[in-house]
Design a protein around this ligand. Structure first.
Ligand SMILES: *[C@@H]1O[C@H](CO)[C@@H](O)[C@H](O)[C@H]1NC(C)=O
Ligand SMILES: *[C@@H]1O[C@H](CO)[C@@H](O)[C@H](O)[C@H]1NC(C)=O
Ligand SMILES: *[C@@H]1O[C@H](CO)[C@@H](O)[C@H](O)[C@H]1NC(C)=O
Length: 163
């Protein structure tokens, strides 16, 4: 227990990392979910949410509780799907199909009513092996390697601090 005490600053750092950095990795051709959750009580009535890519291009808009594709960037056409049934639960996540390396970058989910924004960093890599049926579908979020790295950084930090 005594030994654990010197690790607290590191635990804190790890927690900060977890909330502020959403990192998603995918291979070309996969379908991914970009998460955006908000349970703010001030969100009542009609909801408006803007999804942006690299701060400028429009990925997906929810305007007055309706999906709007008017401003959508051509490169995202027919590739983005929202989940209207989830909106009342504060879940404004979207699904992006058939990702390409050009999709890599920062996505922002902005909720003007409460000035809230969530950022997601997407990295798209070429497949190391030709796609097979089992790994081509439902790829989704691959966080594990990051967490393992963080865990080792944590252990290393602990052993340095406590030595
Ligand atoms: C957001 O603000 C608009 C007017 O500014 C209001 O009509 C709407 O109900 C608000 N929506 C939420 C979810 O708070
Ligand atoms: C949000 O909605 C998406 C699409 O239905 C779902 O995959 C995801 O699990 C939901 N997230 C939460 C936290 O409910
Ligand atoms: C995925 O994108 C590539 C490149 O834009 C395209 O050639 C291919 O047809 C797309 N596949 C599907 C299933 O939409």
């Amino acid at each position: 227990m005594e030994k654990m005490r010197c690790c607290w600053p590191l635990v804190f750092l790890l927690l900060i990392q977890k909330v502020s950095l959403q990192d998603i990795q995918a291979y070309v051709g996969e379908t991914i979910t970009l998460p955006c959750l908000n349970s703010d009580k001030a969100l009542q009535g009609e909801i408006t949410v803007f999804w942006r890519f690299r701060d400028t291009s429009t990925v997906y808009d929810i305007i007055n509780s309706r999906a709007s594709f008017d401003e959508q960037e051509a490169s995202f056409r027919n590739r983005v799907e929202g989940f209207p049934a989830e909106w009342t639960k504060g879940n404004f996540s979207i699904r992006l199909k058939n990702v390409t390396t050009a999709d890599g970058g920062t996505y922002t989910c902005f909720i003007p009513n409460i000035s809230a924004q969530t950022k997601v960093q997407l990295t798209v890599k070429d497949r190391p092996v030709p796609p097979t049926d089992s790994n081509s579908r439902n790829s989704d979020v691959r966080r594990r390697p990051d967490h393992i790295l963080l865990f080792f950084a944590f252990l290393l930090g602990c052993s340095l601090l406590c030595a």
